[in-house]
Design a protein around this ligand. Structure first.
Ligand code: HEM
Length: 83
């Protein structure tokens, strides 16, 4: 991908309505500020570090992300979490 990533274009579309509803008690995955605040913990959990892998496999979720998505989230962090 050319240029820096952004939450609006690259990261927000990764989260499904199911993800957002499933996690709303902890934080809002649709919110730039909240995903930024929890970015390191989210990056860990989508890799299965520190607890069960997120999103959970069926039937509770849509399963672990492909590596390309995990890499994209990591690149967004490395870019400084641009909005
Ligand atoms: C700091 C990061 C995260 C933590 C600590 C976390 C933790 C949890 C916990 C404790 C549950 C409930 C488990 C249970 O019911 O047994 C859960 C459910 C779930 N999480 Fe996460 N999660 C994180 C990030 C994410 C992310 C990034 C996604 C999506 C990309 C996600 C998607 C879901 C879904 C779909 C469920 C199922 C909700 C349901 O059962 O209705 N989570 N998570």
């Amino acid at each position: 991908m050319a240029g820096p990533t952004s939450f609006k274009t690259d990261i927000r579309p990764l989260f499904t309505e199911r993800d957002i509803q499933g996690m709303i008690r902890a934080f809002n995955l649709a919110s730039y500020e909240e995903v930024k605040a929890h970015a390191a913990a989210i990056h860990d959990r989508i890799r299965g570090i520190g607890g069960a892998v997120m999103p959970p496999p069926p039937p509770r979720g849509e399963g672990p992300w492909p590596q390309s998505r995990i890499d994209l989230f990591g690149r967004w962090i490395a870019d400084g979490c641009p909005p």
